[in-house]
Design a protein around this ligand. Structure first.
Ligand code: NAD
Length: 197
């Protein structure tokens, strides 16, 4: 009986593939048989990861540099992926910036809601929310048109907690909770397009 986790023949894009969890998503997808397309601002660790995937699983994996907040970079990525791999079956929206300010002496003070810097807020929303929206738009449009594909948005359990403060006076979840709202919107859009396909 075929495994329900068998992803042989599927092409999977993972954003933020160089990061802590992105690397694990890529390894798990490769282990399940998918061809992994590892995308990050920082492409070098993705290249090492792809070599590791080839060695460990004998699977195909390719690294791509792209900034998910830039529509032109995403359409260029989509075109390169289609040219080389023909289709996209899975999109894992994992790239993000963490809005906590660790490592600074006054971190817990600066990151209190009352003093949270506007430029950090805007950067977090731009990557975590707008970047996710753009990836869904660019790659999801193809999936909706073909009535085929899966989008997995990585957020956090903080999206379902109501207490914004993490106990150390830091606001934690501005981008993550908004990302969950995108999940709901896309889920609705894709299910509608499947129905009309
Ligand atoms: N690490 C955890 O404990 C944890 C817990 C819950 C949820 N999450 C969620 O998992 C996801 C990944 O978290 P992580 O801890 O692996 O983060 P990480 O910081 O280790 O990795 C994030 C990656 O995203 C990339 N990135 C950032 N901005 C980008 C951009 N504009 N374009 C392309 N790539 C960009 C970074 O270069 C980095 O490699 C996030 O959505 C996070 O909210 C993480």
């Amino acid at each position: 009986m075929p495994s329900v986790f068998d992803l042989s023949g599927k092409n999977a894009i993972v954003t933020g593939a160089a990061g802590l969890l992105g690397t694990e998503h890529c390894l798990s997808l490769a282990e399940a048989g998918a061809t992994v397309l590892a995308v990050d601002l920082d492409v070098e660790p993705c290249q090492f990861l792809c070599e590791r995937i080839a060695l460990d699983f004998g699977a195909t994996a390719s690294a791509f540099r792209a900034n998910i907040t830039q529509p032109d970079e995403l359409t260029s990525l989509r075109d390169r992926v289609f040219k080389r791999f023909g289709r996209i079956d899975i999109l894992v929206n994992n790239a993000a910036v963490d809005d906590k300010m660790s490592g600074e002496d006054d971190a817990s003070d600066v990151s209190r809601f009352e003093r949270f810097p506007l430029d950090v807020w805007q950067h977090v929303l731009n990557v975590n929310v707008t970047g996710t929206f753009l990836c869904c738009q660019v790659f999801g449009a193809f999936m909706a048109a073909s009535a085929h594909g899966s989008i997995i948005n990585i957020a956090s359990t903080y999206t379902i907690y109501w207490n914004v403060d993490d106990g150390r006076g830091r606001s934690r979840d501005s981008g993550r909770r908004s990302k969950r709202r995108i999940d709901n919107a896309i889920d609705f859009e894709l299910s509608m397009s499947r129905r009309s396909a």
